[in-house]
Design a protein around this ligand. Structure first.
Ligand SMILES: CC(C)(COP(=O)(O)OP(=O)(O)OC[C@H]1O[C@@H](n2cnc3c(N)ncnc32)[C@H](O)[C@@H]1OP(=O)(O)O)[C@@H](O)C(=O)NCCC(=O)NCCS
Length: 259
């Protein structure tokens, strides 16, 4: 909003990898910068680091890229001014941002094609594969004022936090341990939700790999009227990947699953 001069909404988050755990007592720094303004949207780079107070050692927790769209309340689209490039790093990020945009906008089509192809595939069930049925977890949240930004829209980060909780419970049904979030993929805001909406989160394990598990979460929003009429709005979907470790910190192996 500092760059746009008008209110903005989050359109999407690129895939996020978590490199390091941030623990109680450590200092977290979050640095953000508009890398490039396109037409009505812009890429914001976010770097999260954690510093240990005793050793002063600083480690990267995550580097993420969010796309924001300038969207003044009750007004048309706004064309953004270009970003002023002051350093060599600004120039580099500006160049890379257009490449990342090409990839992220192509992603949706690739994913839809993939879904059509995978639907055609014969599902070959492995012996000893575990059913994913018992990994289905549903939760409902009421959006209250502390969950929303200054425009009354639910914070994207709040939705992601609720998603993580439900996905983590889903993953734990397979590993009987506390799953560790490693990445969040394909996180896009299909539409807004507001204070007073009920958000229904449905999570299920999609697949397991050797030491990781992928959980898909779908989020639907209802206002009071939509709730009574059972007319959900699909506002988010994402895929969360978890690892799990035993008491000795060794990675656990997940069982193979069948739908
Ligand atoms: C984001 C939103 C405004 C896009 O609306 P839309 O009608 O699809 O808009 P358009 O198709 O005209 O796209 C607008 C811009 O967003 C960009 N965009 C759309 N989908 C995108 C995605 N998945 N990733 C990155 N950019 C995207 C478009 O490229 C376009 O950018 P440009 O003008 O710079 O070329 C709309 O989906 C929305 O309101 N989502 C909910 C936002 C929200 O509630 N966020 C959480 C709280 S802030």
């Amino acid at each position: 909003e500092k760059h746009a001069g008008v209110s903005c909404v989050t359109a999407s988050m690129d895939d996020i990898q978590f490199e390091e755990a941030a623990r109680v007592g450590q200092i977290i720094s979050i640095r953000t910068k508009v890398n490039r303004a396109f037409k009505t949207s812009m890429e914001v780079g976010i770097k999260v680091t954690v510093q240990d107070v005793l050793t002063n050692a600083e480690k990267i927790v995550s580097v993420a890229y969010a796309t924001y769209v300038a969207k003044p309340v009750d007004a048309g689209k706004v064309e953004l001014k270009p970003v002023e490039l002051l350093s060599a790093e600004d120039h580099l990020e500006h160049t890379l941002a257009i490449e990342r945009r090409r990839i992220r906008l192509g992603y949706v089509q690739v994913f839809q094609k993939l879904m059509q192809e995978s639907n055609k595939e014969d599902t070959c069930e492995e012996k000893d594969a575990v059913s994913t049925e018992h990994t289905h977890v549903q939760s409902t949240e009421l959006v209250l004022p502390p969950h929303a930004n200054h425009h009354g829209n639910t914070f994207g980060g709040q939705i992601m936090a609720w998603m993580q909780t439900v996905a983590s419970i889903s993953a734990s049904r397979l590993c009987r341990s506390h799953p560790i979030l490693k990445s969040v993929n394909m996180f896009k805001f299909w539409g807004p939700s507001f204070v007073g909406d009920r958000l229904v989160f449905n999570a299920i394990v999609n697949n397991t790999f050797h030491n990781s598990v992928e959980v898909g979460v779908r989020v639907e929003a209802y206002n009071c009227e939509e709730w009574i009429k059972d007319q959900p709005r699909h506002i988010n979907s994402a895929f969360l990947t978890f690892n799990a470790v035993n008491d000795k910190g060794e990675l656990l192996t997940f069982p193979r699953v069948k739908p």
